[in-house]
Ligand binder design. Structure first.
Ligand code: ADP
Ligand code: MG
Length: 631
């Protein structure tokens, strides 16, 4: 072959960095390189299979498709061959010269990448992992439908060469020159028959194509069956049964975890998994995972929900969104059904009756799985809720509350009494007989809510208060309206309805006594508050704001931050604590100095706003007023 045909190239910067990590990796699970290469080989065969399904001129003869592992201890080489779709020259350059666009590097910063442990453990990095165990990698490949093959060689970060290479059939052959042993690392193991078998079974057992390897066997001698001789024989190492087809009893937690890793569902471990084998009206198998951590792009436009969809064990869609409701969009996994047609377009699939049935069934299974987690493993459930609880709340709120009955029992809120998360059911079952409502308070944090003056009265009655610290909380609750016939009530609502008759009478009397004062104040605050009233809820604070309509102050705050900024305001009521010295000062100002009363009214109104977390309306005026009362 002419020398000038050999092209020498550098890796793209990102890939180079990753290669450096791989080459110098101290990662203990170096064995995963084999999982990565086998998984690529299997993907390449899948692509052939899929092509054959959609193109009549191609035959897919199961016999012809396999993955082969060949080891040579003398030369220290390990070869992985597949009969898949192969790569063109461009594909070779693009796919192996550049790190796969998994985004794994772009959002990790340099520091985290330094020791490599994190990145390998969490992401896996495909083809490049070969460099953890090899100091030279040779890829010989020929793409399906092309006459020419290519040879790609790299000894690591220095770059790679590409040249034409005669190859008889389509497919790919990857040869690793296994590193020499060092004092710390024994690379020999990756050339040992038993070790390789073990790695294949551990990570790649369910690969649907045979993974073949020569194995040594003891066999009775032909002429004397009392004596044995060693023979080698090519065997299929993997069981080829897809994991979702296996029975649960056959599988260990580790198998599910490995599957999650191999499928790259997340960069973490699954928090929990669901294995479904159904044989009723809807027939399907599924393995679903709840990730431990929120995917890094979960709340971005890039995040796509969906499950992998297989029909008779052939992948037909890698992210079928119709299988998951939005509120379960964090669920990852795979669904296989024998009842779906292979040649089916996305559009048709959306309306497919069978698929809709499967989706409905999956929704139910996820829900009941979460319910049993809540019941049987509270700690795990709370971990889940901490990460994805917001989704459940959105689920209650969205689609006009269509799913609220399904989801309400999955909700948790922090309780003033228990000082931990409680379910609505737990709250209601603890309610004293005289308690009419489920009380809640809204704020930015539990600590902040604890200090709210509005909580004082309800807490004094000995009632439990749920703390709402997520923006969506109150919206979700308004959608729910009630739970087990108990209505929800904000501690900040105008009509708490907690007074006894006696207190009520007393309040009316006080209201009368303050009539002149309050109407003066109301006039001064025109357009800002709907009313000024005697407060029965305040203990140590002079004033607070409450609301009387459907829109609470918390909701006003949230609506103000929305993009189209709807001008929806809460009907605010300024409540005054008549037992507070401030009240007496107001009374006296009413008699002697009306200007002072105006000043006080404005200061107190803004003070009440501040406690609610609302901004002071006119900061300049406010600070000037502060100065006025000092001098
Ligand atoms: P990923 O598999 O996540 O895409 P990899 O680094 O494992 O990332 O592989 C990069 C790409 O190289 C693959 O997407 C595929 O296009 C190509 N590739 C790797 N191995 C093979 C193979 N054996 N046959 C065909 N293409 C392959
Ligand atoms: Mg890969």
């Amino acid at each position: 072959m002419a020398v000038d045909k050999v092209e020498r190239k550098d890796f793209k910067a990102e890939s180079k960095r990753l290669l450096d990590i791989m080459i110098n990796s101290i990662y203990s699970q170096k064995e995963i390189f084999l999982r990565e290469l086998i998984s690529n080989a299997s993907d390449a065969i899948d692509k052939m299979y899929y092509k054959a399904l959609t193109d009549d001129s191609i035959q897919f003869d199961q016999e012809q498709y396999y993955i082969k592992i060949e080891r040579n201890q003398n030369n220290r080489t390990l070869k992985i061959t597949d009969t898949g779709i192969g790569m063109t020259k461009d594909e070779l350059e693009n796919n192996l010269g550049t790190i796969a666009k998994s985004g794994s590097l772009t959002f990790k910063n340099e520091n985290e990448i330094k020791d490599g442990h994190d990145i390998i453990g969490q992401f896996g990095v495909g083809f490049y992992s070969a460099f953890m165990v090899a100091d030279k990698v040779t890829v010989i490949t020929r793409a399906h439908g092309q006459d020419e093959g290519y040879k790609w060689v790299s000894e690591g970060a220095t770059g790679y060469t590409i040249e034409p290479y005669a190859k008889d059939t389509a497919g790919t052959e990857i040869t690793l020159q296994i590193k020499a042993n060092t004092e710390e690392e024994k690379y020999d193991e990756f050339l040992e028959e038993h070790r390789l078998q073990e790695i294949i079974r551990k990570y790649s057992d369910f690969i649907r194509y045979p993974i073949k390897m020569e194995v040594t066997k003891q066999q009775p001698k032909e002429d004397n069956d009392q004596e044995f001789e060693e023979v080698t024989e090519e065997q299929t190492i993997n069981s080829m049964v897809p994991i979702w087809r296996k029975s649960k009893s056959e599988l260990k937690e580790e198998d599910y975890h490995n599957f999650y890793m191999e499928k790259r569902y997340g960069f973490d471990k699954p928090l929990s998994y669901i294995h479904i084998n159904t044989d009723g009206a809807v027939r399907y198998d599924a393995i679903l995972f709840i990730p431990e951590n929120m995917p890094f792009n979960y709340y971005t436009k890039e995040y796509e929900k969906g499950l992998e969809l297989y029909s008779s064990s052939v992948m037909i869609m890698d992210k079928c969104p119709d299988l998951l409701p939005d509120y379960f969009s964090f669920v990852k996994g795979i669904v296989n059904s024998e009842d779906l047609s292979l040649n089916i377009s996305r559009e048709i699939l959306q309306h497919d009756k069978q698929l809709q049935l499967i989706a409905k069934n999956i929704k139910k299974k996820i829900k009941s799985h979460l319910q049993s987690l809540l019941k049987d493993d509270r700690e795990k459930y709370e971990k889940f809720y901490d990460t994805f609880g917001k989704q459940i709340k959105y689920g209650v709120y969205s689609d006009y509350g269509m799913n609220k009955d399904d989801l309400q029992d999955l909700l948790l809120f922090y309780s003033s009494k228990e000082k931990k998360l409680v379910t609505l059911d737990e709250y209601v079952s603890r309610m004293p007989e005289d308690q009419k409502y489920i009380y809640y308070a809204t704020g930015d944090s539990n600590e902040q809510i604890e200090k709210l003056p509005q909580t004082e009265l309800v807490a004094d009655k000995g009632y439990e208060i749920l703390y709402f610290t997520d923006e969506v909380d109150e919206f979700a609750i308004k959608m729910l309206m009630s739970y087990k016939e108990k209505e929800f009530k904000s501690v900040s609502s105008g009509d708490l309805d907690l007074e006894s008759e006696e207190e009520q009478e007393n309040k009316e009397k006080l209201e009368k006594d303050s009539e002149e004062l309050f109407s003066f104040m109301k006039k001064e605050l025109e357009g800002k508050v709907k009313d000024v009233k005697v407060s029965t809820r305040l203990k140590s604070h002079p004033v607070c704001l409450t609301s009387s309509g459907d829109v609470s102050i918390e909701m006003e705050k949230i609506l103000q931050t929305m993009p189209d900024n709807p001008d929806v305001k809460a009907d605010k009521i300024l409540e005054v604590n008549v037992e507070h010295d401030v009240y007496n000062a107001l009374k006296s100002a009413l008699e002697h100095d009306k200007d002072k009363l105006k000043l006080y009214t404005n200061l107190l109104y803004n003070q009440a706003r501040l406690i609610e977390g609302l901004p002071v309306e006119d900061p300049v005026e406010f600070t000037q007023n502060m100065s006025k009362i000092i001098v």
